[in-house]
Write a protein that binds this ligand. Structure first.
Ligand SMILES: CC(C)(COP(=O)(O)OP(=O)(O)OC[C@H]1O[C@@H](n2cnc3c(N)ncnc32)[C@H](O)[C@@H]1OP(=O)(O)O)[C@@H](O)C(=O)NCCC(=O)NCCS
Length: 238
């Protein structure tokens, strides 16, 4: 695909952007399929609702093409905020656009919900990198919202069975959190990411291998015995 190096503007989405909703949804689904990962599916109506509420950010190219999108969701009565559905149109990737969009939606979230904890779930290293540069740190799922409605959103993800088999304590995604009351400085989390990027990448691969095992083979431990757990399994709730 031909990459387009245009100066995109990143705006708070509104009614004039409604007609992009179908394309955005389609691209979200296509990208998840291409990556072979799961996704909480969203309808065009849902995307339009976010635009109407002023809870979405859209990137447009100089010639008016849709280039990227992300939206805000609130959980546990506004105690938690997620910046979800980040997507950059393939022809505008690798030019720093996701970073710009995440910065904008982060600032919007902090303005709208100054006391909320911001969190995200992702399988992508790029998003982990961007989040780290904003001051997010990796956390266990127990530190996220326990709002049933949030976890219900995972039902449309191909990995939902894995999430439930882990009693919602772990899945393919890595959880990241920014707590306004208690957070590291972005310089510190950026440094942490730099030092641990290789390890995090290996962890993503390891999770995929480990979590898919029960779904790939039917062998069970002998009756009355439990499979041995390694130290790393215990540490990461695997
Ligand atoms: C992930 C995605 C949003 C990145 O968009 P993008 O505009 O290409 O990202 P950026 O150019 O802002 O890159 C941000 C950083 O991540 C890195 N990065 C980008 N894609 C990457 C990838 N596939 N793997 C590892 N790092 C990646 C970039 O090198 C950049 O780092 P740098 O600051 O050191 O240069 C885009 O590829 C996409 O829409 N993918 C499909 C949907 C998706 O995965 N969404 C996230 C769901 S949680």
């Amino acid at each position: 695909m031909e990459q387009q190096q245009q100066n995109c503007q990143v705006l708070i989405a509104e009614e004039s952007h409604y007609h992009f909703a179908e394309t955005i949804c389609l691209e979200m689904e296509e990208s998840a399929k291409a990556r072979g990962t799961g996704i909480a599916k969203r309808s065009p109506e849902y995307i339009r609702e976010k635009m109407r509420e002023g809870k979405a950010v859209i990137a447009l190219s100089e010639d008016g093409q849709w280039a990227g999108f992300c939206y805000i969701e609130t959980w546990s009565h506004g105690e938690y905020v997620a910046n979800s559905g980040l997507i950059v149109s393939p022809k505008f990737r690798k030019g720093g656009l996701a970073k710009k969009i995440k910065k904008k939606i982060f600032a919007l979230s902090r303005k709208k919900y100054p006391n909320a904890k911001l969190f995200g779930l992702t399988t992508g290293l790029a998003v982990m990198k961007i989040n780290s540069e904003l001051g997010y740190e990796p956390v266990t799922y127990s530190e996220l919202t326990q709002d049933e409605a949030f976890w219900a959103g995972c039902k449309s993800c191909v990995n939902y069975e894995i999430l439930m088999s882990k009693e919602r304590k772990n899945c393919m995604c890595t959880a990241m959190l920014y707590d306004p009351e208690d957070h590291y400085e972005p310089e510190e989390t950026t440094e942490f990411f730099k030092e641990n990027a290789k390890g995090l990448e290996r962890l993503i691969g390891f999770k995929q291998w480990k979590f898919l095992q029960p779904f790939l083979k039917k062998e069970k431990p002998a009756p009355g015995t439990k499979p041995a757990k390694s130290l790393i399994s215990l540490f990461f709730n695997l």
